[in-house]
Design a protein around this ligand. Structure first.
Ligand code: PLP
Length: 217
């Protein structure tokens, strides 16, 4: 199990960046991992996890929460509007607020419940046509619309283009968060989390470096 290695590397990256020890949250991304690998990480005491699919998470986490106690669960995959209600029952944070229809849905569900998970707006920093996220040029308007619905996002999230240097994308996201007075920055994965920490990440999302390669069914 590589959890301790990743925690050690994270603490070192915090030190190098002059950040307070423990200031960056390590989200262990457990999507499609064999249950025994996830249980092993729970048994080591880790309590922050990320999932991409609402249905899959709903099938796994209620049982593990009964067994291990409170677990901080983060939704990091695309969220369909018709799964939003189920997602609110499961997740403490949603990193993929990426369009007005989802904002509307979350706002109305939040009104009925009186509370919502922590919200991150996903920004398509690479402006890739196949990728979800608000375009950088549309972020100001989108945040204005969110606030008009009483949705107060906590931060921004990005997934840089594959096989490219992520540095400019992390810098862009950090700049946009600062411009808008948002304190959360969800960025950095197995291959680049140290760079993300250097650029101010508050939440890193690490899957395969902790659990091993994913085997998609
Ligand atoms: C799967 C996934 C991760 C984890 O990726 P690794 O490369 O395995 O660390 C992080 N973020 C998102 C949005 C993902 O879908």
């Amino acid at each position: 199990m590589a959890l301790q290695d990743i925690l050690d590397r994270l603490r070192a990256a915090e030190r190098v960046a002059g950040r307070a020890e423990g200031s960056v949250r390590l989200i262990a991304v457990s999507k499609v991992q064999p249950p025994e690998r996830v249980v092993a990480v729970l048994e080591q005491g880790h309590r922050i996890f990320g999932e991409n699919y609402v249905q899959e998470a709903a099938g796994k986490w209620p049982v593990w929460r009964d067994r291990f106690g409170p677990v901080n669960l983060h939704m990091i995959g695309p969220l369909q509007t018709n799964k939003a209600k189920l997602a609110l029952d499961l997740f403490d944070a949603i990193h993929t607020l990426d369009r007005p229809s989802l904002a509307q849905k979350l706002a109305s569900l939040g009104q009925a419940r009186g509370a919502l998970p922590q919200l991150f707006v996903q920004v398509n920093t690479g402006e890739e046509p196949q990728k979800a996220g608000v375009l950088p040029a549309e972020l100001t308007g989108f945040l204005r619309d969110c606030r008009a619905m009483d949705l107060l996002p906590f931060g921004l999230m990005c997934i840089p283009p594959e096989d490219k240097d992520p540095t400019p994308h992390f810098a862009l996201l950090a700049g946009m968060a600062a411009d808008h007075g948002l304190s959360g920055l969800s960025m950095g994965m197995s291959s680049d989390f140290e760079t993300a920490v250097a650029h101010g990440a508050t939440h890193i999302r690490v899957g395969s470096a902790i659990f091993g390669a994913r085997a998609y069914p």
